[in-house]
Ligand binder design. Structure first.
Ligand code: C2E
Ligand code: MG
Ligand code: MG
Ligand code: MG
Length: 285
């Protein structure tokens, strides 16, 4: 009896694993084909300068225009792209596409006789960051578009640094030489080993949205955010608060001296057309 039920359980378990493996394999195949067919679109979410209330940068956030499932969010496919190495061609595509878009918007502004000083922020996965030839790829994209490297910001996570600190140092130096700015994304969710931070020439620290979402509910969270701000400022970095959704959060962050903010209160990630409509309306929060 015991043996029989044990076997049954084993088979159920086995079947589940099998199904999961198949799902994953299908996702991988679909993703491979999607990259060939360029079934992706870059959305843009504004990052706001909290003192002026104006758009400072646009974060490029990729979506998959899936033929059956519609618009698929990156959390669903970036991990698989990362695990299979497909993130390398996909990441390059996002970099090219978003730099190209920025150049287009800059040229449009020139024709209108306006100044356009909004930068572009592009996410780099761990694998992309440690890939040989990253710097050459970036150079090639910027040169072919005649886009000033000061317009580009790169967002990396703590693990991109911690997986290989020596390599990270080397890449950082090369990016610094080009005046490309570096943001540390999702701060507080990873290693949070504060001691290494000062060793790297990071320009911007992005506080993860989990710290911002409960900012108004408890004094303790306020103190944590205050401490992160103090640390970042002490190290010469500016801070972006991610995931600002309420006016109260915005007011608190302004009081605390946070320089930059991003979140649904300002705008969700938008398609290129809606992004253009947004910045052409010269919003001020
Ligand atoms: P991330 O870089 O931390 O981007 C911010 C995420 O927070 C975005 O999710 C954005 O839509 C979401 N967000 C912004 N404001 C709010 C808010 O007020 N409330 C809530 N609930 N969410 C908010 P998204 O676009 O789904 O992207 C998820 C993650 O996927 C990104 O997190 C990034 O790690 C990754 N990702 C997106 N595009 C790329 C890419 O081109 N390359 C790489 N390597 N990763 C990417
Ligand atoms: Mg990011
Ligand atoms: Mg983030
Ligand atoms: Mg994130």
């Amino acid at each position: 009896q015991a043996k029989a039920s044990g076997k049954a359980r084993y088979e159920v378990f086995n079947r589940e694993m099998h199904t999961r493996a198949l799902t994953r394999l299908k996702l991988e195949n679909d993703l491979r084909r999607a990259i060939d067919r360029q079934e992706f679109i870059v959305y843009y979410q504004p990052i706001i300068c909290l003192s002026t209330g104006q758009i400072s940068s646009l974060e490029a956030l990729v979506r998959w225009k899936h033929p059956q499932q519609g618009l698929v969010r990156p959390d669903h496919f970036i991990p698989v792209a990362e695990a299979t190495g497909l993130i390398i061609p996909l990441g390059l595509w996002v970099l090219e596409k978003s730099c190209n878009q920025l150049k287009f918007w800059q040229q449009q502004a020139i024709q209108r006789g306006e100044i356009f000083d909004i930068t572009i922020s592009v996410n780099l996965s761990v694998k992309q960051f440690s890939q040989p030839g990253l710097i050459e790829q970036i150079d090639r994209v910027l040169e072919s578009l005649e886009l000033d490297s000061k317009n580009l910001k790169l967002e990396i996570t703590e693990s991109a640094i911690m997986d290989n600190p020596d390599l990270a140092s080397e890449i950082f130096q090369q990016l610094k030489a080009r005046k490309i700015q570096l943001s540390l994304d999702d701060f507080g969710t990873g290693y949070s080993s504060l001691s290494y931070l000062h060793r790297f020439p990071l320009d911007i620290l992005k506080i993860d949205r989990s710290f911002i979402s409960n900012l108004d509910s408890m004094e303790k969270n306020l103190e944590v955010v205050q401490a992160i701000l103090n640390l970042a400022h002490h190290l010469g970095m500016s801070v972006v608060a991610e995931g600002i959704e309420t006016q109260e959060q915005l007011s608190l962050l302004r009081l605390l001296g946070c320089e930059l903010g991003q979140g649904y209160l300002f705008a969700q990630p938008l398609d290129p057309q809606a992004t253009e409509t947004l910045f052409l309306s010269h919003p001020q929060w």
